[in-house]
Design a protein around this ligand. Structure first.
Ligand SMILES: C[S@@+](CC[C@H](N)C(=O)[O-])C[C@H]1O[C@@H](n2cnc3c(N)ncnc32)[C@H](O)[C@@H]1O
Length: 208
């Protein structure tokens, strides 16, 4: 098992029981995303965690592949899907670094709270671009530590030292993140600064 998977497995139960920090922003993100799904949408989510977002989107799509590196997170997600009688979401254990998705397969790819945690973000973005259909949407929500007060990145560094934060947590700014998405070949259609500008919710399109 990889080190990042170990970290997330350990905290999976606690993560499942934690509250969504900004309910209003979360609901807005769900609505904005669902408005972008074409009919019969085929969707890929990377780093789906315990499946909360996947299960909210399920009624609005045809097929949904929800992936995560952590078997602990996925176990909880599968149980929730079963309890809710959701059958069009498949949960699959995948590390974005190793994953190999088919080219031009998906209408939308979602990445919620993961882009600041990737050791090789540009390689991840390139894979996402490749697996989207031309015109498909890449929708991400990312904590921008780089726009937060100086002590937040310091706090995260201290937490990393004692194993309370994952090894990779980038202090990205909104601008750096938008530039990385654009450099990966996407056209940014919408960039919302949510939760007092701590979070970037970005809708980007793969060119036709
Ligand atoms: C902050 S949580 C976000 C979970 C979910 N997307 C959400 O918004 O609640 C980060 C998630 O990324 C997953 N993860 C971390 N590194 C990953 C990788 N390289 N490939 C796939 N998933 C990864 C973790 O297991 C964890 O579930």
């Amino acid at each position: 098992m990889s080190k990042p998977a170990e970290f997330w497995n350990k905290i999976a139960e606690g993560y499942a029981n934690s509250k969504i920090r900004d309910e209003r922003a979360y609901e807005k993100k769900l609505k904005l995303t669902q408005n972008l799904f074409p009919s019969n949408a085929e969707v890929l989510e990377i780093a789906c965690g315990t499946g909360t977002t996947a299960l909210r989107h399920a009624p609005h799509v045809a097929q949904y592949l929800a992936t995560d590196i952590s078997s602990g997170m996925l176990e909880i997600a599968r149980k929730k899907a079963e309890d809710q009688g959701v059958s069009n979401v498949t949960f699959s254990e995948q590390d974005i670094g190793m994953a190999c998705w088919p080219s031009a397969q998906y209408d939308a790819v979602l990445a919620m709270s993961i882009l600041h945690l990737l050791p090789d973000r540009s390689a991840g973005l390139a894979k996402i671009r490749d697996t989207l259909k031309p015109g498909g949407r890449f929708i991400s929500s990312t904590v921008c530590l780089g726009n937060m007060a100086f002590f937040f990145p310091l706090l995260i560094s201290a937490m990393k030292l004692i194993g309370k934060a994952p090894k990779v947590v980038d202090s990205l700014t909104h601008e750096e993140l938008a530039a990385a998405i654009t450099e990966a070949g996407f056209i940014i259609e919408d960039h919302h600064r949510m939760s007092k500008a701590k979070v970037a919710f970005i809708v980007a399109r793969k060119p036709e």
